[in-house]
Design a protein around this ligand. Structure first.
Ligand code: PEP
Length: 250
């Protein structure tokens, strides 16, 4: 049995004034009625505040990015060591906004993934195709290429300590959700691709779906065999919606 995960990606939203009550409500709502492991991924600057509030609660936290470098002259970057300094356990790597707005390549992403794991931080690796790639029937090719970059840099064993999120780029923040069948097809492909190298790791790997997940569509997505929870953007900024999505894994 794979324990489901619901991870919130706050992106570059909020201030202390909004984040503190949001987090308080999420902490209060994640009680024994929630079966999922719940993670919130905040902007770097709020990590110390979140680390303090979340200690000894059922909610975990992560970062939205990390540097691929160890330390040194990399102005504006945040290292794995710095994240670990605040007990950060997870990091989103390869989010489509990092790939397509900031130009991160498959190799940058593979290097960040490796660096996070070297410091004991669990990567939430995002993969997914653009609309034009889906329309050109290239979804499988793109997703396998993105996963192959990780396999060739860190090996299949690295996936024992990682989470994958399939996020079709055309569904992120657009209100368009992949149907449960469309999402399941890619999740199954990801699991089968990894199983070719290691069946045990593939069957225990948590693969989340992300892309306009809402309380109204979460349960049908999470009911699919290879969908083990969600990576949630917009809806993670509303505690009621986020908690309803967490409960949809039950
Ligand atoms: C995301 O940012 O990873 C995401 C899935 O966003 P949204 O839920 O808003 O589509």
């Amino acid at each position: 049995m794979r324990k489901p995960i619901v991870a919130g990606n706050w992106k570059m939203n909020g201030t202390q004034e909004s984040i503190v009550p949001l987090l308080d409500r999420v902490i209060a709502g994640v009680d024994t009625s929630v079966n999922a492991q719940v993670i919130v991924c905040s902007p770097y600057i709020y990590i110390p505040l979140i680390a303090g509030k979340i200690a000894d609660t059922a909610v975990e936290f992560g970062s939205q990015n990390i540097s691929e470098f160890e330390s040194g002259a990399y102005t504006g970057e945040i290292s794995a060591q710095m994240l670990k300094d605040f007990d950060c356990e997870y990091v989103i790597i390869g989010h489509s906004e990092r790939r397509h707005v900031f130009g991160e390549t498959d190799q940058n992403i593979a290097d960040k993934y490796k660096k996070a794991q070297e410091h004991g931080i669990i990567p939430i690796l995002c993969v997914g195709e653009l609309l034009e790639e889906r329309e050109a029937d290239k979804t499988a090719e793109v997703v396998i290429r993105q996963i192959d970059a990780i396999l060739s840099t860190s090996g299949v064993e690295s996936l024992q300590n990682a989470i994958i999120a399939y996020e079709p780029v055309w569904a992120i923040g657009t209100g368009k959700t992949a149907t449960p069948e469309q999402a399941e097809e890619v999740h199954k492909l990801i699991r089968e691709t990894i199983a070719k190298q290691n069946g045990t790791i593939a069957s225990s790997l948590r693969i989340l779906y992300g892309g306009s997940v809402k309380p109204s569509n979460a349960a049908e997505l999470f009911a699919m065999e290879d969908i083990d929870g969600g990576l949630i953007g917009g809806a993670s900024l509303e505690s009621e919606d986020f908690l309803a999505i967490c409960k949809a894994t039950n």
